[in-house]
Write a protein that binds this ligand. Structure first.
Ligand code: SAM
Length: 334
C-alpha cells in the first residue's frame, strides 16, 4: 500500500496523530483540569465519528502510521467502540498502530469490547498506588476501580500495557520505586512523565518538576536498570529494563529537562477539529471549518500539508519568554 510522507519545514516526517475524542473528563487531576472547567466545544462543534473517520483516512493516506485516541477522557464518548471499529479498517491502508490513552475508569466493563472493536494497545494513567494520594491528585476516590481496569485490559489482551504517572514534587515522588515494583509484578511498561506547564489553573512551577534524572536515580537505588539499546527514533520515552531480568519496563518522558523536539513526529487533532502542531502551540488550525466548508479531498490534503509546514522547531518551556498555551492538556488531547 503506497502512502505519502507528511514532512514539516525542518524535514521531520509526521507519522503520529493524536486524536482527542472529547474535551470532557470525569477526573479532576490537579495538574490538568482541577476545577472541571466547562468543555470548550458545544456538541455541534465536535467532530462526528464520520468526520473523524474521514480525516483519519486522509491522514493515513498522507503517511500517518500511528493513531492514538485521547481526550479529555476518550471513553466518555459513547460511540468510541464504533470509532475504533471504523479506524481499525485503516490498517488495510497503511495504519500500523491504533492505541488509546485513558484514565481506566470505564475499563472493568469495556476493555474486552475495545479489543473486539480492533484496538491494538492501551495506555492507562495511574498517578498513585495509595488511595489517599490518588484521590488528592485526581480528585476522585477510585484507585481500586482503575486497578481493576488495568487487570481487565490485561485479560482482554490489550498488551503491552503502558501505565503513565505524572510525577509532581510533594505529591508522589516518594512512590517512584513502588511504581517500578508494580511494573515488575504486573509486567507492564511503567512510564514516568515530568510535570509540564499545561494545567488549566496555570499553577505550574519549575520547583514542582521532578526531573527524569531524579526519577531514574530513585528507581535505580532499589532496582538497577539497563538501558534498552533501541534506536529511540521519535519515541517520547527513554526505555530501560530491569537489570535482574524481571518482567516489566521503565520509560522516562522528560520534555521539560531533556526536550526531544528534534525527533518529534507528532501532530494533534482536538475534539473540535483543530490541528495543533505542538503540545505547546499557541495557534490552532481549523480542519473542521475546512471539511465543513465543502473542501474536496485534494483541497483538504493541501490544507493539512500547509499546516504541517508550520510545525514549530521546538517548544519554549525553558525560555524566559515562554507563554503557556491557553488550553490545558484535557482540551488539547494528551
Ligand atoms: N483522560 C485520559 C488519561 O487520563 O490518560 C487521556 C487524556 S490525559 C490529558 C493524557 C495524559 O496527559 C495523562 O497521562 C495525564 O496524566 C497527562 N497530563 C495531563 N496534564 C499534564 C501535565 N500538566 N503534565 C504532564 N502530563 C500531563
Amino acid at each position: 500500500m503506497m502512502t505519502g510522507t507528511l514532512k514539516d519545514s525542518y524535514g521531520r516526517a509526521i507519522r503520529d496523530l493524536r486524536v482527542s475524542l472529547t474535551d470532557r473528563c470525569n477526573f479532576r487531576c490537579f495538574y490538568c483540569l482541577p476545577h472541571g472547567e466547562p468543555p470548550i466545544a458545544p456538541k455541534e462543534q465536535m467532530l462526528s465519528y464520520e468526520e473523524i473517520e474521514y480525516v483519519c483516512d486522509i491522514f493515513v493516506e498522507l503517511g500517518i502510521e500511528k493513531l492514538r485516541l485521547t481526550g479529555g477522557e476518550p471513553m466518555m464518548r459513547r460511540d468510541i467502540e464504533t470509532i475504533i471499529e471504523k479506524l481499525s479498517t485503516l490498517k488495510a491502508k497503511g495504519l500500523l498502530d491504533l492505541a488509546l490513552t485513558t484514565n481506566g475508569y470505564f475499563l472493568p466493563d469495556r476493555a474486552a469490547g475495545l479489543k473486539e472493536a480492533g484496538l491494538d494497545r492501551i495506555t492507562i494513567s495511574l498517578d498513585s498506588l495509595k488511595r489517599d494520594t490518588f484521590k488528592q491528585m485526581t480528585g476522585v476516590d477510585v484507585l481500586d476501580r482503575v486497578l481493576a481496569g488495568i487487570e481487565a485490559a490485561k485479560q482482554a489482551g490489550l498488551q503491552p500495557i503502558k501505565i503513565n504517572a505524572v510525577i509532581v514534587r510533594g505529591h508522589n515522588e516518594d512512590e517512584v520505586a513502588d511504581f517500578a515494583a508494580f511494573a515488575r509484578e504486573h509486567d507492564v511498561k511503567m512510564r514516568f512523565i515530568e510535570f509540564m506547564p499545561l494545567d488549566s489553573g496555570h499553577d505550574w512551577s519549575r520547583d514542582d518538576v521532578v526531573s527524569g534524572r531524579e526519577i531514574l536515580e530513585r528507581i535505580s537505588e532499589r532496582y538497577p536498570l539497563t538501558p534498552l539499546n533501541l534506536a529511540r527514533g521519535s519515541e517520547t520515552s527513554t526505555r530501560y529494563r530491569f537489570a535482574d531480568g524481571a518482567p516489566g519496563e521503565i520509560g522516562i518522558i522528560a520534555p521539560v529537562t531533556e526536550a526531544f523536539c528534534g525527533a518529534c513526529s507528532r501532530i494533534r487533532l482536538t475534539a473540535d477539529g483543530q490541528i495543533r502542531t505542538c503540545l505547546f502551540s499557541t495557534v490552532e488550525h481549523s480542519l473542521r471549518d475546512v471539511i465543513r466548508g465543502g473542501a474536496t479531498r485534494s483541497e483538504i490534503i493541501e490544507y493539512i500539508e500547509g499546516v504541517v509546514m508550520k510545525k514549530e522547531p521546538r517548544h519554549y518551556i525553558n525560555d524566559p519568554t515562554f507563554v503557556a498555551p491557553s488550553r490545558s492538556m484535557s482540551f488539547i488531547g494528551g
